[in-house]
Design a protein around this ligand. Structure first.
Ligand SMILES: [Zn+2]
Length: 194
């Protein structure tokens, strides 16, 4: 699958997903985006169920979020959805929301489990696609747990994880290496991608 084939395979449901009845979706300039963030649902929820959870009173806000918290979503069968326009500043990583764009996989992340191969491959493709599209370096493709304060903090010099997201079984250094390989291949194909 090359860059264009991958892009064409993304299903855009951004106009179909429900949004909060009264809250405005905060907007940003996409040039602010300097990080791509990898999340998991930690629940067996599809994109519609996640949206439903996000819009109702939840752990992020007692009145609900303005919209789904993720810009892209990958189901277990490898279907990739676009959920939000990149200008939407969704509520997925606290103080990093303005400068990051998040994608999520439907994955419970139970101990010793790993996402289905087809889904994980799409996560690699999506991260490569987004990092090319928004000119984000591969080193800034991060797992939620790698973000200071929302993902981890320091206490007495010791690093404490607040989140395991996108799942502790996922080696993020290895993930970035796979993303870099796909990016190099796509860019060497001299496609009109930038
Ligand atoms: Zn997360």
């Amino acid at each position: 699958m090359n860059f264009t084939e991958f892009e064409n395979s993304i299903l855009d449901i951004s106009q179909e997903l429900p949004v909060h009845p009264t809250k405005e979706i905060p907007q940003r300039n996409t040039e602010e985006i300097d990080k791509i963030i990898f999340h998991c649902t930690a629940q067996p929820w599809n994109v519609w169920e996640v949206t439903d959870y996000d819009l109702k009173p939840n752990h992020i806000d007692e009145e609900g979020c303005p919209c789904i918290t993720y810009s892209y979503f990958i189901e277990k069968d490898g279907t990739v959805y676009k959920c939000l326009e990149p200008e939407a500043k969704s509520w997925h990583v606290g103080k990093w929301n303005a400068t990051s764009l998040g994608f999520c996989i439907n994955f419970e992340a139970l101990p010793e489990t790993f996402p289905p191969k087809v889904q994980f491959q799409k996560a690699v493709f999506l991260a490569a696609y987004l990092s090319i599209k928004f000119k984000v370096e591969t080193k800034n493709v991060l797992g939620h747990r790698e973000l200071l304060e929302t993902g981890f903090y320091y206490e007495n010099g010791e690093k404490i994880l607040r989140k395991e997201c996108p799942g502790i079984s996922i080696n993020l250094d290895k993930f970035r290496m796979e993303v870099e390989i796909v990016k190099s291949k796509w860019l060497s194909q001299k496609l009109d991608v930038i």
